[in-house]
Write a protein that binds this ligand. Structure first.
Ligand code: AGP
Length: 611
């Protein structure tokens, strides 16, 4: 998605902005630009493509100036061309605006501005903003903040914006509605960004703006206020993510670094949350709603992508071990349904970024209908985290790789904790709770053993890298793992991989199977093992190549398969946490075999903050 970075202070702004844009590259983009104020002179440079193209466009022009804004754009309105890149300026090229989000009424605003003589250069919705601000300042000769406030009252849609003007050379204005903006509080210098990773190299003190809030920053300080100009007091919070978290720890890719972090991530997700003695999960973020949770009679999980598949595993866990009816809905679908929600319905959003527009919209709909809203979120202070009534942070650390890995494993871990929490409020015995807690503590080491043995996957990666298409099949807890494993392969290797519940394959999809159409079958020795074996026989009978993922060297499975993906054994409810790890590694290895960069998969963005 688009990224914003801004700076005001005593240092040269340009290098700070360029470095900030590079920290935002992981979000996915297709053009970039900077706007620098040098006293009364505004310089804007923009370029399609990567930041390196922008640096080339800048050449050795030494742009002075200690205040500026910059942007990476993921095209929504208008193709990735220089004229559509941000910042966008007004007719007089006196002010510059960068924007994340979508202005839904931009067409009518643009028509009205053009009828008043404004000249537009781009096809974007964003460009109406500088012209509207220019118009406001002309009409009322007001200060920049006032002009921006009155313009934002005319906007329908979402925005996270940063504005500078040569007529207010010591001001940087930001505002947010639906697209995150964070302030970085330095010593005599201030930063603004669309996410904290862009400012962590300079400060750990941050303030997250809420929807409808604005901030005016100068070299001496900042003030936060609402659109009706009432002052808002917010104190900075200290983020414990260090800049090096953003680095790759010496690994070639963020995706590998983050997969290798998974044992520690699971430990962090569990830290302080297991009372083994009493077989309980201690979830501080649910303390205030614990009694309401005791009485919920239905749980709706809303999420997108990998988070949705994590929710499907959570559904099996909670229904089987806590006895609560659960349904899992795609965020993008739930919001258009007429969901039946009562005061005993809880709606749980699962989101790594906490900014996914579809999931956020679903939560807002649920809240409006009176549901108790919960979140399982990784990004501290993100919108979903702040708009739900209660929740559990993953503590997985920043996930930079576009294809989710450690966040997914952390989501499964938190679902196990939530199952323990809800189950023990109901019929789950202390002894079973204790067994679950003890087994959860073993999981990090079991994941470590899979990572240590990842070379064993290389022949399988080589064997499937030429496939045009393939199946991932699983049952019960492993059906969602089949979907997630297929998504991983799609995302980073661009092979058309389909996840299916094993039992569904014979209802049509098996027509695809022949010797050039391999399958990965997730078949741990569990309650549905024999059923999976029959599916493997059916695939073999059609000449399909089979790679079986299983937790024991179950002899005849080896003889039936063209390759074995071995994982350690744990209780059925926790087995999915182990089973997904080799499938993540397999996707990564296939991507490398095909010469693709797994950190920057084509067409994808890390956080989809548009609908
Ligand atoms: C997963 O590999 C993808 N990057 C994508 O499906 C992602 O899980 C989805 O967009 C949801 O994102 P969220 O968890 O930040 O809400």
């Amino acid at each position: 998605m688009c990224g914003i970075i801004g700076y005001i202070g005593k240092r040269d702004a340009l290098p700070i902005l360029i470095e900030g844009l590079k920290r935002l590259e992981y979000r996915g983009y297709d053009s970039a630009g900077v706007g620098i104020l040098d006293d009364k002179k505004l310089s804007v440079f923009r370029s399609p493509g990567k930041i390196s193209s922008l640096e080339k466009a800048l050449g050795d022009s030494t742009i002075a100036g200690t205040i500026g804004i910059a942007h990476t754009r993921w095209a929504t309105h208008g193709p990735p061309e220089e004229r559509n890149a941000h910042p966008h300026a007004d007719c007089g090229a006196r002010l510059a605006v960068v924007h994340n989000g979508i202005i839904e009424n931009y067409a009518e605003l643009r028509a009205s501005l053009e009828s008043r003589g404004h000249t537009f250069r781009s096809q974007t919705d964003t460009e109406v903003l500088p012209h509207l601000i220019e118009e406001e300042q002309k009409k009322k000769s007001c200060d920049l903040s006032t002009a921006v406030r009155s313009v934002l009252r005319q906007i329908r849609g979402t925005y996270g914006i940063a504005v500078v003007s040569s007529e207010a050379p010591d001001k940087l204005i930001v505002a947010r509605l639906g697209s995150p903006i964070v302030l970085g509080i330095g010593t005599d210098e201030f930063f603004v960004a669309s996410d904290a990773s862009a400012v962590l190299g300079h400060t750990h003190k941050v303030i997250f703006l809420d929807d409808g809030e604005m901030a005016e920053l100068s070299r001496d300080g900042y003030r936060i206020f609402s659109l009706d100009n009432s002052k808002i007091d917010k104190s900075p919070e200290e983020l414990d993510w260090s800049a090096e978290d953003m680095q790759k720890n010496g690994q070639p890719h963020f995706m590998l670094k983050e997969m290798l972090e998974q044992p520690e991530v699971i430990r962090n997700s569990l830290r302080g949350r297991l009372d083994v003695e009493n077989g309980l999960a201690v979830l501080g973020g649910l303390r205030d709603v614990a009694e309401r949770l005791r009485h919920i009679d239905r749980l709706i999980i809303v999420a997108c992508g990998s988070a949705y598949y994590a929710g499907q595993v959570g559904e099996y866990m909670i229904e089987e071990n806590a006895g609560i009816p659960v349904e899992v809905e795609l965020g993008s679908e739930f919001r258009y349904r007429q969901p039946i929600i009562t005061e005993n319905t809880a709606v749980l959003a699962v989101s790594q970024s906490g900014e996914t527009a579809d999931t956020l919209a679903a939560i807002r709909e649920a809240k409006m209908k009176g549901a108790l809203t919960l979140g399982i979120v990784n990004a501290v202070g993100s919108t979903i985290a702040r708009e739900t009534d209660a929740g559990v942070y993953n503590h997985a650390g920043p996930e930079i790789g576009v294809a989710s890995t450690k966040a997914f494993v952390s989501q499964l871990t938190v679902f196990a904790l939530l199952t323990l929490f809800l189950g023990r409020q109901r019929k789950m015995s202390m002894s079973y709770g204790r067994k679950l807690a003890l087994e959860l503590q073993r999981i990090p080491d079991l994941v470590q053993s899979i990572l240590a043995n990842r070379q064993a996957l290389e022949p399988i990666a080589a064997s499937i890298s030429g496939a045009k298409g393939m199946f991932y099949l699983g049952r019960k807890y492993n059906a969602p793992i089949a979907f997630e494993g297929a998504l991983k392969l799609k995302e980073v290797s661009y092979i058309h991989a389909e996840g299916y519940a094993s039992g569904e394959m014979k209802h049509g999809p098996i027509a695809l199977v022949d010797s050039s159409f391999p399958s990965v079958v997730i078949a741990p020795v569990d309650s549905v093992f024999e059923k999976n074996k029959s599916n493997i026989q059916e695939l073999k009978a059609r000449g399909g190549k089979i790679f079986s993922l299983t937790d024991e060297d179950s002899g005849d499975l080896r003889s039936m398969s063209d390759g074995i993906i071995a994982v350690p054994k744990t209780v059925e409810m926790l087995q999915p946490i182990l089973d997904i790890v080799p499938l993540q590694l397999l996707a990564y290895q296939v991507a490398l075999t095909k010469g693709f960069d797994p950190d920057k998969p084509r067409n994808l963005a890390k956080s989809v903050t548009v609908e």
